[in-house]
Ligand binder design. Structure first.
Ligand SMILES: [Zn+2]
Length: 295
């Protein structure tokens, strides 16, 4: 009987220690562990969270959120996270993996950074009945707009103060400082692009729809529903590039497309890289503006 009681007591101790482990919400250095999906979110989250947090990104710079999968090491680490910041706009990785992530760590707060952002149609470029489209449906690349970025930052702030209300003032000041930087960058780009004559740009994967919308530009996608275009669609795109006097075909980094090469050759132009997933969020949008301006 005594041994039986001892056994119960040991089980009780074990459960207690497991319970404590589950409630572990900070890293070994005492910082709040935050997870997010893509690199541009890192700058936003670090800007608000400052030295109170550690940010981990699931799909690193150079990765592809359309095809990425969870790695086993990430599965283990996610159980330590206190907050997961979703992009929330329907990018494939999140559609595929969020349920799994939520199951892994039921105490984790999930922030939907797209809350309050109006999604637009992807590659909403149509003419002559030929529907040149991207992945079909809503455009998930919300972060390519600095104005959407401001809403994302507000959602991140609300997530952080829910987890760590004691540092509300700290997060509030950080948020406001970063929102000011976003406004400055927005004004810089408005000014850079205001006198552009040719406001169309051609790109393989249509990830800059929100950027184009903010600054009155027209994004022409080469890709059709996430794939290389058909010959017929390609011929049409070449014609269009000539009509619009396009000399640069934009592509994502590390990406090669036969269609982009063919068009470049046909129009006597060149390809240039635009990176929708760069880690230096604000700086990268300014660089993008300059590349489009100087195309
Ligand atoms: Zn994309």
């Amino acid at each position: 009987m005594k041994r039986y009681l001892l056994f119960i007591f040991l089980i009780f101790l074990l459960m207690l220690s497991l319970g404590c482990a589950n409630e572990k919400t900070t890293d070994s250095d005492g910082k709040i562990v935050v997870y997010a999906t893509i690199s541009p979110q890192k700058e936003m989250i670090e800007a608000v969270g400052g030295d109170k947090i550690n940010v981990n990104i699931i799909v690193p710079e150079g990765g592809d959120p359309h095809t990425a999968d969870l790695k086993p090491s990430q599965l283990a680490d996610l159980s330590k996270a206190k907050i997961y910041v979703m992009v929330g706009s329907g990018i494939e990785f999140e559609v595929k993996s969020m349920d799994k992530i939520k199951d892994l760590n039921k105490n984790m707060i999930i922030v939907d950074s797209s809350k309050g952002i109006e999604l637009i149609e992807i590659g909403a470029h149509q003419d002559e009945g030929d529907h040149v489209d991207g992945e079909g449906g809503k455009d998930p690349h919300i972060w390519t707009s600095l104005r959407n970025g401001k809403i994302m930052v507000q959602n991140i702030y609300e997530g952080l103060i829910a987890v760590d209300p004691n540092n509300k003032e700290y997060y509030l000041k950080n948020r406001d400082d970063y929102l000011e930087k976003l406004d400055e960058a927005d004004n810089y780009i408005i000014n850079e692009l205001k006198d552009m004559d040719n406001r169309s740009f051609m790109i393989f994967h249509p990830s800059w729809g929100y950027f184009a919308k903010d600054y009155g530009l027209s994004q022409i996608a080469i890709e059709v529903e996430g794939k290389e275009p058909t010959l017929q669609s390609l011929a049409h795109t070449i014609e269009e590039a000539k009509e619009e006097n396009i000399k640069v075909i934009f592509v994502s980094p590390g990406f090669s497309s036969k269609a982009a090469e063919i068009i470049t050759k046909e129009i006597g132009g060149k390809t240039e890289v635009l990176d929708p997933l760069a880690e230096n969020y604000i700086e990268n949008l300014k660089i993008t503006a300059n590349k489009i301006k100087n195309q």
